[in-house]
Design a protein around this ligand. Structure first.
Ligand code: SAM
Length: 305
């Protein structure tokens, strides 16, 4: 499958020759460091049973490496010019499907369930899907377009039941926020969202020189291992995230003020004080000091009101 094909090296000359203009607004920074590409594939720990979703295949450098390891790659690219190029350069790979779409508009669960009609996907998966359990869940592996990192993570987490791992290149600071612990400057709503649903780990540090064109920031690869069930028990997830957002909206506010001044929650100061006492959380503490467990306790008490 495609063994004789060598993909063009992504260089400025190559881009010029093919009339490809880099679109900054689409977050197009192509990964040109072979060593880093190999490390991403290594971190993703792929096998021949795996189905991989790649967001933004770009010139297909990572796509090709993924396809050599797995059963199927679904590569979703928004840029029509790149889609045309990919369909040409990757045509000998029967296990790569190039999908011209905006990742944020794709229903990933539907996309994967429809796969059962492809000969390459075995019935085993289809059967297990119907019982709600995919034998081999899908992995996401991608060098993300940074301008929509958080919307993509939220979109992926909504489809978490079909995903086992999300291995993504993100801006270094965003990676740090994902793994941050309480009482650090990086700890915030993103840390809680990611740690509630997954076990995040920074796996590869990537300098800006690994990309063409060079972005203005350094990057890292994070591996989000999707949890079978969330890290803590929460009665009302929507309310839980409202509480988290309220606590971090103005980081320097005490919880007493942050929670009572948020219109979203509609709680009087008196009520907030009562709840904080029941949750054993001091009212003068700030959101950034609260653990996932404490946020869960707090929101479960509010839910019971
Ligand atoms: N995978 C390639 C690599 O590593 O060299 C390209 C990565 S580049 C950082 C991000 C890619 O995402 C670009 O190809 C860009 O066109 C694509 N992209 C941007 N917004 C997108 C969206 N909403 N849906 C799908 N792809 C998108």
């Amino acid at each position: 499958m495609g063994e004789n094909i060598t993909l063009p090296k992504v260089t400025k000359e190559f881009l010029r020759e093919h009339g490809i203009r880099i679109k900054k607004r689409l977050g197009q920074n192509f990964l040109i460091d072979e060593g880093i590409l190999n490390r991403i594939v290594e971190v993703a720990n792929l096998s021949k049973d795996d189905i991989v979703i790649e967001i933004g295949p770009g010139m297909g450098t990572l796509t090709k490496k993924l396809a050599e390891k797995v059963k199927k790659v679904l590569a979703i690219e928004i840029d029509e010019n790149l889609v045309k190029l990919l369909k040409e350069t990757l045509k000998s790979y029967s296990n790569i499907e190039i999908i011209h779409a905006d990742i944020l508009k794709i229903n990933l669960k539907r996309l994967v369930t429809q796969l059962s009609s492809y000969p390459v996907i075995q019935l085993k998966e289809q059967a297990n899907w119907q019982t709600g359990k995919l034998a081999n869940k899908v992995k996401v592996v991608a060098n993300l377009p940074y301008y929509i990192t958080t919307p993509i993570i939220i979109h992926l987490l909504k489809a978490r039941e079909i995903l086992s791992n999300i291995v993504i290149m993100v801006q270094k600071e965003v990676g740090r926020r994902m793994v941050a612990k309480p009482r650090t400057k990086d700890y915030g709503a993103l840390s809680l969202l990611v740690q509630y649903y997954t076990r995040p780990q920074i796996t590869v540090k990537v300098p800006r020189s690994a990309f063409l064109p060079e972005p203005e920031v350094d990057s890292c690869v994070v591996d989000l291992e999707v949890r079978e069930k969330p890290a803590v028990e929460v009665k009302d997830e929507e309310l839980f995230f409202k509480v988290v957002r309220a606590a971090f909206e103005q980081r320097r506010k005490t919880l007493k003020n942050a929670l009572s001044q948020t219109k979203d929650l509609r709680l009087s100061k008196k009520k907030v004080l009562e709840i904080l006492e029941k949750a054993d959380v001091k009212p003068l503490r700030r959101g950034e000091t609260l653990s996932l467990e404490e946020f869960a306790r707090l929101s479960n008490l509010i839910a019971g009101e």
